[in-house]
Design a protein around this ligand. Structure first.
Ligand code: BES
Ligand code: ZN
Ligand code: ZN
Length: 478
């Protein structure tokens, strides 16, 4: 991560970003008459990014833009920051100062965040890493809008996003279920949360039939990680629980995915788990006073010799029997066990995040998450508001009981798939069966992983969910 520092004065020799309102006098930064008239000219032409080359350094002026709503203005600001970051890396600038003279504190926050999010790279597997590495390593910020605490919070959140992106970008050849658990534990040691890892024997003893069934075709054992961040004086009496799908690779199992590309992004099927770990990492680093527990059931889904088969009947952790009609609907099998395990905490709220259905991608694409909830309007409105705030936007789908009719089985309590209609909703209804507490399900199959970069969202793992959960939980019971 970029090193963020607060400074009381900007350098006269290092490169500089000036973030200013459109009526600001920028000529004070100029060292010559031609520079002054050049800047005035650019402003007249309404340019929002102006660069001057002072030979020993660059000065990039970014003119803050207005928008009808604050959340859109923040997003525009992040995008402006992405452009500056790309420019500075192209010019091989290592250290840059920021003079934040515009007047909106929310924009200061978004601007710094945008630079950090845009500077991410996943280079682990390249031989010539150094050649590809971004030059930018440090940002010294002069601003009246952000104190040291707020700057540390931005660092914590962006580090959480980086960790989540790294986990998603790691292929199965490194990131087995066991390795995912170890990585999450390592993150906890760094950030200050506790991790307990259940391995196969314990998972068997707990009778987590869904997780064990999905794991049967694999040569690697499953894991079930419990992350607990409990600050000294939390605002909540009972924990908020975050459940994340930890499918380290999804082949579909015996209901094998068609090979025509549909498997190519399936290392990302643990993005929900990555978001949970990244969010708890950030909350813990930023010392947010909320008690949070994370549950990450993990395995790969493969058509191995002993793989679970269509028409199998599986007894789940809570005793529910499930008729499996498609082994590719495995996410709900492992999440169901985690959701019923969550009951023992008597949680105030449970949020699950999962790359659960292709139907969610078809319905809302890469720019939104599908939510299904029983938690009531107030809670759903709050998470939607956080979604707007961090621009990880949420669309609520109905949780009407009629949709559960698709899950009635002739041989067991439930079947694991419905018909072709409303696939994202029936998946949610399946999960809801295993809850007895206020619950929000987030199907992040669209935004979790991108085929090509989109502004500060890189190609590959986006770390989607970390900023959303952080924003939502730092406002919990406030
Ligand atoms: N991991 C997939 C869902 C997915 C698809 C995520 C595309 C990201 C991009 C999930 O396990 C799955 O295969 N779901 C099936 C469910 C179906 C069999 C009811 C699907 O969506 O096709
Ligand atoms: Zn699947
Ligand atoms: Zn899956």
């Amino acid at each position: 991560m970029l090193n963020l520092l607060k400074t009381s004065r900007v350098s006269k020799s290092e490169s500089l970003i000036v973030f200013a309102d459109k009526n600001a006098d920028l000529t004070v930064y100029c060292s010559s008459g031609p520079e002054k008239s050049f800047i005035k000219d650019c402003i007249r032409k309404k340019q929002s990014q102006i660069v001057i080359n002072q030979y020993n350094r660059w000065i990039v002026f970014v003119i803050a833009e207005d928008e009808k709503t604050l959340f859109r203005a923040k997003e525009k600001t992040r995008k402006q920051a992405v452009k500056v970051t790309a420019f500075l890396n192209e010019k091989k600038v290592k250290k840059v100062y920021l003079d934040d003279i515009q007047k909106n504190p929310a924009k200061s926050d978004a601007f710094v965040e945008g630079i950090c999010l845009a500077n991410y790279q996943f280079l682990k597997y390249f031989g010539k890493k150094k050649e590809k590495e971004n030059s930018l390593i440090s940002l010294s910020i002069k601003t009246k809008h952000l104190n040291q605490n707020e700057i540390s919070r931005i660092t914590a959140v962006c580090e959480g996003v980086y960790h989540a992106r790294n986990l998603v970008n790691e292929p199965l050849s490194f990131l087995s279920a066991e390795q995912l658990a170890l990585e999450v534990k390592k993150m906890g040691e760094e950030a200050g949360y506790a991790t307990e890892i259940f391995r196969k024997k314990k998972i068997e003893a707990l009778k987590m039939g869904g997780l064990l069934a999905v794991n049967r075709g694999s040569i690697d054992p499953p894991t079930f990680s419990i992350l607990e961040y409990k600050p000294e004086n939390p605002r909540n009496k009972k924990p908020v629980i975050l459940v994340g799908k930890g499918l380290v690779f999804d082949t579909g199992g015996l209901s094998l995915k068609p090979t025509s590309g549909s498997m190519d992004a399936m290392k990302s099927d643990m993005s929900g788990g990555a978001a949970v770990a990244g969010a708890i990492y950030a909350l813990s680093k930023a010392k947010v006073p909320v008690h949070v527990v994370g549950l990450i059931p993990a395995t790969d889904n493969r058509p191995g010799e002993n793989a679970y088969a269509p028409q199998d009947v599986i007894t789940m952790h809570d005793g529910t029997t499930v008729e499996v009609l498609n082994t590719d609907a495995e996410g709900r099998m492992i999440l169901a066990d985690a959701l019923s395990y969550a009951k023992k905490y008597k949680p105030e709220l449970v949020i699950d995040l999962a790359t659960l259905t292709g139907a969610a991608v078809v319905a809302v694409g890469r720019n939104a998450t599908v939510a299904i909830s029983n938690a009531g309007k107030k809670t759903v409105d709050k998470i939607k508001k956080s979604g707007d705030n961090v621009y990880e936007r949420i669309v609520e789908f109905p949780a009407w009981d009629e949709y559960a009719e698709q899950l009635v089985s002739g041989v067991a309590d439930l079947k694991n798939v419905g018909n072709r209609e409303a696939g994202a909703i029936t998946a949610g209804k399946f999960l809801q069966h295993f809850t007895d507490y206020p619950w929000i399900h987030l199907d992040i199959a669209g935004p979790a992983y991108l085929d090509s970069s989109d502004s500060y969202r890189p190609k590959g793992g986006t770390g989607m969910g970390v900023r959303l959960l952080f924003d939502f939980l730092s406002g919990w019971k406030k």
